[in-house]
Design a protein around this ligand. Structure first.
Ligand SMILES: [Zn+2]
Length: 503
């Protein structure tokens, strides 16, 4: 097989998997045939193909375009071959997710899929903790063993390939991301924001009615739900308002018809929103069940950022630049959009939030941003320790609960350790996306002023300089190209300080 043939087969396979996923998770197909696709495309998931990809990567000149392409295809081979081995396990987990029921001592039951929403909407903290106890019991007995097996088998498989010393070294070689470097940045972020966090969260929690020292992750779900602002973010107006925003940016929200908004209710449709690129850039779906409220607006903007990125990718680029690459990039365009929820001018123009309440909303959003970043920093540091092999699997739940609790003030449960663990360091993509969106936002502000999001010249620039490039470059390369600066947490700390002081 030569490069062109591999690209063509890989693209066909990726499109078929994406289409199957879109149909299944949007409730249009009951039994997805993922395993059958692995059989159909067995010719590109062989030890020979992997060896060919490793050889091409190791033989390419450092810094060359060939090495860039080879790194992306090798990363894809590793991911796909690991996914094929783990597919039966994943299917069991999906079936479990669809059917599992949380049972309370008093006989009440909740579908596992919606128990987080139930917790977030429960006003009494004692009751929230009771529901969460029942959820954790189900997680411990059913989900955690499956997820632990997934993580262990994936680590063993990737280390067996012999690409680099161990799991972490292999990730660094194929992603270009320094794990220790990022973990050090995360530790510094946690240190630098500790006082700011402590000052704000304690008073806020007391006002929320949870006694100091007893707040748990379940309380965090309710606390950040921010119900009192629901009326300012009506579900009925969301799509029209955001479409108007994209039109004012000078581009089309559907990328001239290539993006489909699948926002209607349908039995079997996942409650969690997603963007599904079935063909890049020709056929992209944004799937969601909106009900209104600030979290829905954030989610919709986030998924729209992904959809615009894929829908405006250059069609003449090879498969690997349109489909593969550093997911920090697509996550950063998603975050660039969802961070409009931190933008006073944007909120006043596209939501029903009125001037007198916008300061209060921004202060809360600042706290939410700080919470999420601290949570992800702690999670990432923990995951590096978990994958390093220096801590036994049996000690990880205690380390997880301790690390996350310390960073967020909310008590985490040991039962959730293996569920709240992003395989293959997806958490690193989010952290770098956070950093890159801040750089891109600053660059857009410099070029098109602080209301760049309604400047008709800004959209075409974004298509040309950002979306069109797909994921050919890494997050760090894009930051250097558009602003000449490196990515880091400093601009995020400054933004959070501004938000917490908003009036
Ligand atoms: Zn995303």
């Amino acid at each position: 097989m030569n490069l062109e043939q591999l690209r063509a087969r890989a693209q066909a396979f990726t499109e078929d998997v994406a289409r199957e996923g879109y149909l299944a998770y949007s409730g249009q197909k009951e039994n997805p045939a993922f395993q059958q696709l692995y059989v159909q495309y067995a010719d590109i998931l062989t030890p020979d193909t992997l060896a060919w990809c490793i050889e091409r990567f190791q033989g390419a000149a450092p810094g060359s375009e060939e090495q860039r392409s080879a790194r992306l295809l090798l990363d894809w081979q590793i991911e796909s071959q690991a996914a094929r081995q783990l597919a039966p396990l994943d299917e069991r987990e999906v079936a479990l997710e669809n059917n599992a029921v949380v049972r309370m001592d008093d006989g009440r039951t909740f579908p596992y899929q919606s128990v987080s929403i139930e917790i977030a909407n429960t006003a009494d903290w004692r009751e929230r903790h009771r529901i969460d106890d029942a959820r954790a019991a189900l997680v411990a007995s059913e989900f955690a063993p499956l997820r632990l097996e997934h993580l262990q088998r994936e680590k063993d498989y990737i280390e067996s390939l012999g690409i680099a010393g161990d799991y972490n070294a292999t990730f660094e070689a194929t992603s270009g991301i320094s794990l220790q470097g990022l973990a050090d940045e995360c530790a510094a972020f946690l240190r630098d924001t500790q006082a700011m966090w402590d000052d704000t969260i304690k008073a806020r929690l007391a006002a929320f009615g949870v006694p100091a020292g007893t707040a748990t992750r379940a309380d965090a779900l309710a606390f950040f739900r921010l119900k009192e602002f629901d009326a300012a973010f009506p579900g009925t107006a969301m799509e029209a308002n955001v479409r108007r925003n994209i039109a004012e940016l000078g581009i089309d929200a559907t990328a001239d018809g290539r993006i489909t908004f699948d926002l209607s209710d349908r039995p079997g449709k996942r409650s969690r929103a997603f963007c599904s690129p079935v063909e890049v850039p020709a056929e992209v779906y944004l799937v969601m069940r909106p009900h209104g409220g600030q979290t829905d607006y954030t989610t919709f903007l986030h998924e729209l950022g992904h959809a615009l990125h894929f829908g405006y990718a250059r069609p003449d680029y090879p498969f690997e630049y349109r489909w593969l690459g550093d997911n920090s990039v697509t996550e950063s365009y998603a975050m660039l959009m969802d961070h409009r929820m931190q933008d006073r001018g944007w909120l006043l123009r596209y939501t029903e939030l009125s001037s007198p309440r916008v300061g209060e909303f921004l202060r809360f959003v600042g706290l939410e941003e700080l919470h999420f970043l601290r949570r992800y920093c702690a999670k990432f540091i923990y995951e590096v320790q978990a994958y390093s092999g220096t801590v036994p699997w049996s000690s990880l739940p205690a380390l997880f609960a301790e690390s996350l609790t310390k960073a967020t003030t909310f008590q985490y449960r040991e039962e959730d350790a293996f569920l709240d663990h992003d395989p293959r360091y997806y958490s690193s993509r989010y952290l770098r996306a956070w950093q890159l969106q801040a750089v891109v936002n600053a660059s857009l502000t410099e070029r098109f002023n602080e209301d760049w999001w309604r400047n008709p010249s800004a959209g075409p620039w974004m298509v040309r300089e950002l979306f069109g490039e797909g994921q050919r470059e890494t997050a760090g390369e894009i930051a250097a190209r558009v602003s000449g600066s490196a990515i880091g947490f400093a601009p995020l700390v400054a933004q959070i300080e501004r938000l917490l002081d908003a009036s």
